[in-house]
Write a protein that binds this ligand. Structure first.
Ligand SMILES: Nc1ncnc2c1ncn2[C@@H]1O[C@H](COP(=O)(O)OP(=O)(O)OP(=O)(O)O)[C@@H](O)[C@H]1O
Length: 252
């Protein structure tokens, strides 16, 4: 397994926010994390990214305990795009993406032509190459989101964790981004609210409720009218799309 977690628990005071969560994602696959607001998706992603220590349980990368990895080695391997990622200074778009290369450098190593190529390729992948010289503060919300994703790609990670990455994006860029994530030769875990995008672009899904996993499997197995009524309290009719052969949810 590229990334796995066994029996993760995280509490704040008496409240258990992540409750006995175990998961496994094979190399190159895309796992979608679904669940209502406050169900623990972001908290789980922060633990999987190594930003938060669980009270119990562990995260494994290729079978080795993540807790044993040094910060820089972890940053070379796992990229995380947070939901409210901020970049304060008014630096150029290209410089934001260059930050993704930091874990690959020592204080004495020189910036290389290859670094430049990786940064340009990351910007091109999110359709932001022509904004390279623009100042960060002048970008729209969706453009900022795409630049944060480019920075994560410039890290050339083996695992990428994305917390609601299609927030702020127009429908063209939502589809473009989800297709990109699903086609990347990188293991991805993505918290996502759009259930039809989850059906179209994820290999497997996990549904969280009150910190626990309440359903898991392929999108076909997980996305059922009963689950949507039970977990999300919505009525829906689900059919197999004649266009792409995946499940399609009609909300009633
Ligand atoms: N540091 C914290 N201290 C106290 N409570 C917290 C903390 N972090 C998260 N929580 C609580 O834990 C629960 C899960 O939050 P989390 O952000 O992980 O949910 P989520 O599934 O990502 O939600 P959303 O879909 O709204 O982004 C929420 O009730 C939240 O208020």
């Amino acid at each position: 397994m590229s990334i796995s977690a066994s029996r993760l628990c995280w509490r704040v005071g008496k409240k258990t926010i992540v409750n006995d969560v175990s998961l496994e994602v094979p190399k190159g696959q895309t796992l979608g994390l679904l669940g209502p607001n406050g169900s623990g998706k972001s908290s789980l992603l922060r633990i999987l990214a190594g930003l938060r220590r669980p009270d119990s349980g562990k995260v494994m990368l290729d079978g080795s305990d993540m807790a044993a990895l040094k910060k820089k080695a972890l940053a070379r391997r796992v990229a995380f795009v947070e939901q409210h990622a901020a970049t304060e200074a008014n630096i150029r778009v290209r410089d934001v993406v260059k930050l993704g290369r930091i874990p690959h450098h020592s204080p004495f190593s020189a910036w290389s032509h290859q670094d430049d190529e990786i940064v340009s390729a990351a910007l091109a992948r999110v359709d932001m190459l022509e904004h390279s010289e623009q100042g960060w503060q002048s970008l729209s919300g969706g453009e900022r989101q795409r630049v944060h994703i480019a920075r994560a790609l410039a890290q050339t990670p083996s695992e990428i964790l994305l917390d609601e990455p299609t927030n702020h994006l127009d429908i063209h860029h939502q589809i473009h981004l989800m297709r990109l994530v699903s086609e990347l030769p990188v293991t991805s875990i993505v918290a996502i609210h759009d259930l039809n995008h989850a059906a179209m672009f994820c290999d497997a899904l996990i549904v969280m409720q009150k910190g626990q996993i309440v359903a898991r499997g392929t999108p076909d197995e997980v996305l059922t009218e009963a689950m949507l009524a039970d977990v999300f309290q919505v009525k829906a009719r689900i059919e197999i799309s004649p266009d792409h052969g995946k499940k399609h949810i009609h909300f009633l």
